[in-house]
Design a binder for this molecule. Sequence first.
Ligand code: NAD
Ligand code: UDP
Length: 308
Amino acid sequence: MERILVTGGAGFIGSHLCKRLLEDGNEVICLDNFFTGSLDNIKQLHEYKTFKLVTHDITESFSADIDRIYNLACPASPPHYQYNAIKTIKTSVLGIINMLELADRCKARILQASTSEVYGDPIVHPQKESYWGNVNPIGIRSCYDEGKRCAETLMMDYHRQNSTDIRIVRIFNTYGPNMLPNDGRVVSNFIIQALKNEDITIYGNGSQTRSFCYIDDLIDGLVRMMNSDCIGPVNLGNPSERTILNLAELIIKLTGSKSKIIHMPLPADDPVKRQPDITTAESVLNWKPKVGIEEGLMKTIQYFKELL
Ligand code: NAD
Ligand code: UDP
């Protein structure tokens, strides 16, 4: 049994990760400031005597006696991370410094949830970990993209300077139950619109691509990475790439919805294409996603049906 701190533990990915770590027999401290997290996501976890919830903001220092840290705290949906851009970049930069200092004090291993956004609007396709990216440093997505890039830099600097035991994963678009209904990301937006027979809002012409990974696959990858000898960065995502128009049509089909597709303005700096090269994860972690898009979407649709 290990004592594991999960920051952002009441969020979408964090709540699934806490559950998995508890099921594996660990003691879990879930730390969250509840900006985009929810008590509902973690209510069943209180059944475990080994689960502890701490309301705290990672931009403030934190002390605990722990063996491992998964640093997930940061809003991930563009509307949410742009809502208070200064706070978002503080969460990534001050937050990771606080967590790295804690890791050093406890001699704990720390895993940083980085993102495909470090590649920006990529010119290299699919994206390998060796690609340095194409990021606008002064745009509306920069608070998130540059914050996450700086967090990776800090992880590597603590590792080189202090021998901190680090792991970096770059997560690509992930979806599933426990996303907030008002999250603003594409999968939750389209499913809720489809279930309510409302217009499906495609930003731009829908030819931009993403590659969607189901949450269970991602959680397996995160745990494998934490337990591996590889410091990363390692891409975690499902390489099955599709256009946003195709996603909308698929969700309409799977929900049997009467929704119509409408087009809205494309937000600034919206990446044109995105697909992970997961060769590293396959070879180093023996990991690749198992859940296909239709199966994953059906589980997510069922979750939102029950919620509505
Ligand atoms: P989410 O918004 O559902 O969860 C983030 C959690 O962090 C929330 O519970 C929120 O309340 C908490 N939080 C935010 N700021 C905080 C702060 N300053 N102090 C303490 N807690 C704070 O997002 P998610 O999809 O679960 O993403 C989790 C992590 O994974 C994020 O770091 C995100 O950047 C990364 N990631 C996610 C995706 C994805 O597709 N879901 C893709 C790439 C990277
Ligand atoms: N998107 C869309 N309609 C929506 C929400 C998002 O067309 O209601 C598009 C968005 O412009 C982007 C893609 O879907 O091209 C993925 O958006 P999301 O916010 O989920 O993630 P990210 O852009 O960070 O990959």
